[in-house]
Design a protein around this ligand. Structure first.
Ligand SMILES: C[S@@+](CC[C@H](N)C(=O)[O-])C[C@H]1O[C@@H](n2cnc3c(N)ncnc32)[C@H](O)[C@@H]1O
Length: 274
């Protein structure tokens, strides 16, 4: 780290191994703070909410996975689950979720409090690039900001998701809206002026004093995301850009009411497995 013990931001290449290593250790180190700060907004521990992003788009109302009444009994893979708030919401509606994440510490927050209490559904620590499931294991897959923004080879990930889904199954995932890449990640007015190219796919990397990546984000344009999905065998059914609701007054990093009123912050891809 530098003098202030702060990682140094850079734009440089980062391959799959370096990206996964950085994600695992970054989320292990930051899981407690992340859950302390955002856990309640994300639905807490009671299975109360499935949120697609900082705007607060709720699956209960959006129905992007299909009608809520039809979730009962369906096997669902949640990718980059964190504390598995989405899986808890799914389980509370009778679905059979499996929550997967690369970070042990994030998954630790998915365990109920109390000595000896086990999870209500399977928690799997694994890298999304190599899913430890047989082909055709799931009826649905979902991911709320999990894993996709952090992987170097999204087509490999999408092929893995395709492999473990049954034909015709839905795959719905949210990521930072690609347009945000061109703007500083700031919630105030400084986040409203484009300062870098939307078309520059060079990853954003925070490094330690030896130049090792400690945090990596990868950028894909909207067109890239569509091409990646098609290359992996998916059909795009909808692309949802949630609008910022007037009643949501909270800031979340670079997401804020000010910016949310003007530019989209989240893209939700609704797909079907071919
Ligand atoms: C922004 S958090 C989102 C967590 C949760 N879905 C939520 O809404 O709070 C991103 C999650 O993706 C996980 N992740 C990052 N890279 C991953 C990878 N290669 N494989 C599996 N999970 C990964 C992180 O550990 C983290 O829990």
């Amino acid at each position: 780290m530098n003098q202030d013990d702060e990682p140094r931001p850079a734009r440089r290449h980062a391959d799959g191994t370096e990206s996964s290593r950085a994600s695992r250790s970054w989320w292990d180190r930051n899981a407690d703070d992340y859950q302390r700060e955002h856990g309640t907004f994300l639905g807490g521990t009671g299975g109360g909410r499935f949120v697609w992003g900082p705007e607060g788009l709720d699956e209960e109302r959006a129905g992007l996975l299909g009608p809520v009444a039809e979730l009962a009994g369906r096997s669902v893979l949640e990718i980059g689950a964190g504390a598995a708030q989405c899986s808890r919401w799914l389980a509370a509606r009778g679905a059979r979720p499996v929550a997967l994440d690369i970070s042990h510490r994030q998954l630790r927050h998915a365990l109920p409090a109390g000595p000896g209490a086990g999870p209500a559904f399977p928690l799997v620590q694994a890298d999304v690039g190599a899913l430890p499931f047989a082909p055709g294991s799931f009826d649905l897959a979902c991911s709320s900001y999990g894993a996709l923004p952090f992987v170097a080879d999204p087509v490999r990930v999408l092929r893995e998701v395709h492999r473990v889904l049954r034909p015709g199954a839905r795959w719905v995932f949210s990521v930072t809206h690609p347009i945000r890449w061109a703007f500083p990640d700031e919630p105030g007015p400084e986040g409203l002026t484009a300062t870098s190219s939307y078309f520059d796919r060079t990853p954003y990397v925070e490094q330690d004093e030896r130049g090792r990546a400690v945090y990596v984000e990868h950028h894909r344009t909207l067109g890239d995301r569509v091409r990646d999905l098609v290359a992996a065998g998916f059909r795009l059914v909808d692309l949802v850009e949630p609008e910022w609701p007037a009643e949501n007054r909270q800031e979340w990093g670079g997401w804020s009411p000010l910016r949310g009123r003007l530019i989209p912050g989240t893209a939700v891809f609704v797909c079907e497995r071919g």
